[in-house]
Write a protein that binds this ligand. Structure first.
Ligand SMILES: N[C@@H](CCC[C@H](N)C(=O)O)C(=O)O
Length: 285
């Protein structure tokens, strides 16, 4: 039986997979918002729409935030989508390449059931205008960001999607919920930005709290883990193998000599199902 949607989570960061090869749907902004809504829809931190095959039969995925915006990349999203491709037998090999708007990622299944997945997330980029930010320094490292009455020292980076990392003594959910939405839409970030508060525990462990662009507070984020680890490494606060601790669980990061970020983490299946008549009819419009 073919289902309309599949749901997975990666450390509590949950995504709905909708497969255009199996289910026809009009994924406009309003329909995405409805599906992701935790009261009016199925509920999730985003939608993964794929596989979409190009002329070379290479696989592409589109990543949507719950506000309906499209993200260039998602670390948990690519692992979850890779697990879907494994579960539905689109991919039978141990490794393959997946295309996202933010670049190609190399995926490797680490066990026979694809519960642990390793992804080469690509190279980190600290160049202010590439991220993009409006900082005048070439690199968006150690920049002052005025948020209300307070000035934060922030470090911004792109791993395909944009991130603003705020190193602090101790991370708190309360602070990320208060400051995150302001930083996300700050005038210094023309495409908006994902926000992480970063606490360095020791040279191999960091802790983050996350405010995601287009999604809000999330329990975990793969690209945020890459961004925060890369900033901590750039500031020489950690070594190249880092465990990122988040409220939903841990992700392992390795940064190689060329600043490529390798991310390893789990994926769990949650449910599959059908959109029932009211939601289904709305989403065909
Ligand atoms: N949950 C993701 C990030 C999803 C995209 C992000 N909200 C954006 O707009 O860039 C992850 O695991 O990386």
């Amino acid at each position: 039986m073919d289902f309309n949607f599949y749901k997975y989570h990666a450390l509590g960061n949950d995504y709905i997979v909708i497969d255009p090869q199996k289910y026809k749907i009009n994924l406009n902004e309003s329909n995405i918002q409805k599906i992701c809504h935790r009261n009016f829809g199925v509920g999730s931190d985003g939608i993964l729409f794929g596989p979409i095959f190009d002329e070379n039969q290479e696989i592409h995925v589109k990543i949507f935030n719950p506000d309906g915006s499209e993200a260039e990349k998602s670390g948990n999203g690519v692992r979850i989508f890779s697990r879907y491709l494994f579960d539905t037998q689109y991919i039978k090999e141990k490794s393959f390449q997946l295309h996202t708007l933010g670049g190609i990622v190399a995926v490797e299944y680490l066990d026979d059931s694809a519960h642990m997945i390793k992804v080469d997330m690509g190279t980190v980029n600290f160049v202010s205008k590439d991220i993009p930010t409006k900082f005048s320094d070439a690199q968006a490292i150690n920049q002052n960001l005025i948020v209300g009455e307070k000035t934060y020292t922030v470090d911004c980076v792109s791993i395909g999607n944009p991130h603003c990392v705020i190193p602090v003594k101790k991370v708190s959910k309360q602070e990320v919920n208060a400051i995150g939405p302001i930083v996300e839409s700050h005038e210094m970030f023309p495409n908006k930005i994902n926000v992480q508060f970063l606490e360095v525990l020791n040279r191999n462990n960091i802790k983050i709290e996350i405010w995601e662009r287009g999604a809000g507070y999330t329990l975990a984020s793969g690209s945020s883990s890459c961004a925060a680890a890369a900033v901590a490494y750039k500031l020489n606060l950690v070594d190249s193998d880092i465990t990122v601790h988040m409220p939903g669980g841990n992700i392992q990061i390795h940064i190689d000599d060329n600043w490529r970020v390798h991310m390893t983490g789990s994926v769990s299946s949650v449910s599959f199902g059908m959109f029932a008549s009211d939601l289904a009819e709305q989403c065909q419009k």
